[in-house]
Design a protein around this ligand. Structure first.
Ligand code: PMV
Length: 312
């Protein structure tokens, strides 16, 4: 039996602008995990993999599923990378505590867990680079034109300073801090939000380039603040990033409502995280305010609120 797991993730700074080649900061959320468990199926013919994903009510042999099925396609690309066609049959069971379609990297984490489990089971563990490359291909099924930040932070399980097409850089967080992640309850496909921003950029490239530059500059300042342990600088940077995301048009009334509730309860900084138009809001939560902020977010209508410590 082999079990491999991968963490969830959250984008701290730079979403959307990262699609347009500006930097973003993202961190793994290690309290949430997707896992893939492999068990032998000696009664099945060689070369078959059964995918069992109870949360999706899916249980089927991978080769009966189309190329647009992310789980089956992860198996196909992993076998192609390993250059293995024949092997004793096995079953992969997926379980995950990462909320689905909520900007916390559930899809990428499931892919990373599957690739690692299969490659270990077949005695040829793939490198992080290969795992990352396959996961990026699967992200295209989920998101259309992903920047690559999700697969990178989840594969490497480290805080990353990410610029599309450049070598991945990790960064250190000198002082740990607490974040609350509040789910607006509005599921919003990332591909639609990315397409919406692209449309705005096509209409008014000068204004959008300026907004992307400004977001990139905030992400770079946040990296410096985090590596120096300057947590006090973080709140104002989150607020600034949020104002720029609102200017891009991706902050829905539900995002604004949660952010206002957190600010009113004393949060030093709050912003949407991920694609926006719903999805998640992240709130910087100093120790003495954690309970109060959590209550304020739930009272303001958050569908769920996760508490997580961000550290290197
Ligand atoms: O919704 P999420 O958490 O997968 O994040 C999307 C982040 C974007 O910058 C909007 C898109 C991307 O591919 O980076």
């Amino acid at each position: 039996m082999i079990r491999a797991c991968a963490p969830g993730k959250i984008i701290l700074f730079g979403e959307h602008a990262v699609v347009h080649n500006r930097p973003a900061l993202a961190v793994p959320i290690r309290d949430l995990q997707a896992c893939a468990l492999i068990t032998a199926r000696p009664t099945e013919p060689d070369g078959s993999i059964w995918i069992n994903a109870p949360a999706l009510s899916q249980r089927a042999p991978f080769d009966s599923l189309p190329q647009t099925d992310p789980l089956a396609q992860t198996c196909r690309l992993t076998l192609a990378e390993l250059q293995i066609e024949n092997f004793p049959a096995f079953e992969i069971t997926i379980d995950s505590t990462i909320p689905l379609a909520s900007g916390m990297g559930s899809g990428a984490a499931v892919s990373v867990a599957i690739i690692r489990a299969i490659s270990c089971y077949l005695n040829n563990p793939l490198t992080d680079k290969a795992v990352n490359d396959i996961t990026y291909e699967i992200e295209k099924i989920h998101h259309g034109t992903p920047s690559g930040v999700d697969n990178t932070v989840i594969t490497f399980n480290q805080p990353v300073f990410f610029i599309r097409g450049k070598t991945m850089e990790t960064f250190s967080i000198k002082q740990a801090f607490t974040l609350l992640i509040a789910d607006s309850g509005i599921q919003s496909p990332t591909a639609a939000a990315v397409a919406f921003v692209r449309h705005g950029w096509q209409q008014d490239p000068e204004r959008f380039e300026y907004l992307f530059d400004s977001i990139g500059a905030v992400a770079a300042s946040a990296r410096t603040a985090l590596s120096r342990g300057e947590i006090n600088a973080l709140g104002p940077l989150m607020d600034k990033n949020q104002a720029l995301l609102a200017a891009l048009g991706v902050s829905a009334p539900e995002n604004e409502h949660l952010i206002q509730a957190a600010k009113k309860a004393g949060a030093p900084g709050a912003k949407l995280s991920g694609g926006g138009l719903g999805g998640n809001v992240i709130v910087l939560a100093p120790e003495k305010l954690v309970e109060k902020l959590e209550t304020a977010l739930l009272r303001a209508g958050a569908a769920a609120c996760y508490r997580t410590e961000i550290s290197s």
